[in-house]
Design a protein around this ligand. Sequence first.
Ligand code: ZN
Ligand code: ZN
Length: 339
Amino acid sequence: MSSMRAAQVGAAGGPFEIVKQELPEPGPGQVRVLVEACGICHTDAVLVDGYLPGAAFPLVPGHEVAGRVDAVGAGVDGWPVGTRVGVGWFGGCCQRCPSCRAGDFINCAQLQVPGLAYPGGFADAMLVPANALAAIPDGLSAVDAAPLMCAGATTFNALRASGVQPGELVAVQGLGGVGHMGVQYAARMGFETVAIARGTAKEQAARDLGARHYIDSTAEDVAARLRELGGARVVLATGTESPAISACVDGLAPRGHLVVIGASAQPLSINPLQLIFGSHTVVGHASGTARQSEQTLAFSAQAGIRPVVETASLEDVESAFARMRSGEARFRMVLTTGN
Ligand SMILES: [Zn+2]
Ligand SMILES: [Zn+2]
């Protein structure tokens, strides 16, 4: 293969076009990843619509990548050709800024995000810094591994970082591509798991994924229901409707945390009294490093956790993207290349 396909967006909000490109050669510190599958994340829509700072068009989105190492640049050790690898939101870091020097790589001042810093995974191949790679364990297919690199890593690592203990009540707000992973991790990690979503259409799916309780936010007072259950140690907010997230705060247990991971620019409305009484905290969580993504993949393989996906070929990116935007996908759209 000397040429490759890429699904490119020419201008903000614009349609995708499939373009033919030369297969790029990896520079020092880089590998070329032959993409087998790439998930479509809600944040890809924020990128395509031009709302992420630094977005320069034309661009190729895609930060839920699974494939294999296809060529290795100078100075790269440990990632031989043929290694099965994933790439997520964490697409490389500078290793020089204060955050990197403190070991906090996800908060690198020059964090590289695939699709933003360099062409992403809606393509046959991409160049990636070797420090952004996560090894995919045997037993996870590329289609299953791809959504774990953002939707999976974000939820698993947000729950791990929250300090919640087995047996405690965890509510997952929103049941889309991200939330359906959050429910699975919360249940398998031993938390008493509540799924919160609009309507009842997803209730059975939520229970099948491991939710012990289900709250229909259109019919019930979410905070009152959570308090009846004893109060949530953690509410993992995966939705993008800020009023629905704000409505969970009064359902937190004392010293409970609202952990926000759904990407939205819409303000939350929380008054100081809601934080003071009960010593509640609101915290954001961003994805995970390459190592944390690798741990996500390993835990998922070990615990039998898989995303529920709909697949589409790279050529059908436009309709697949529209299906993600509509919220109708059950639950993650994944593009496949046939590689
Ligand atoms: Zn994402
Ligand atoms: Zn840095």
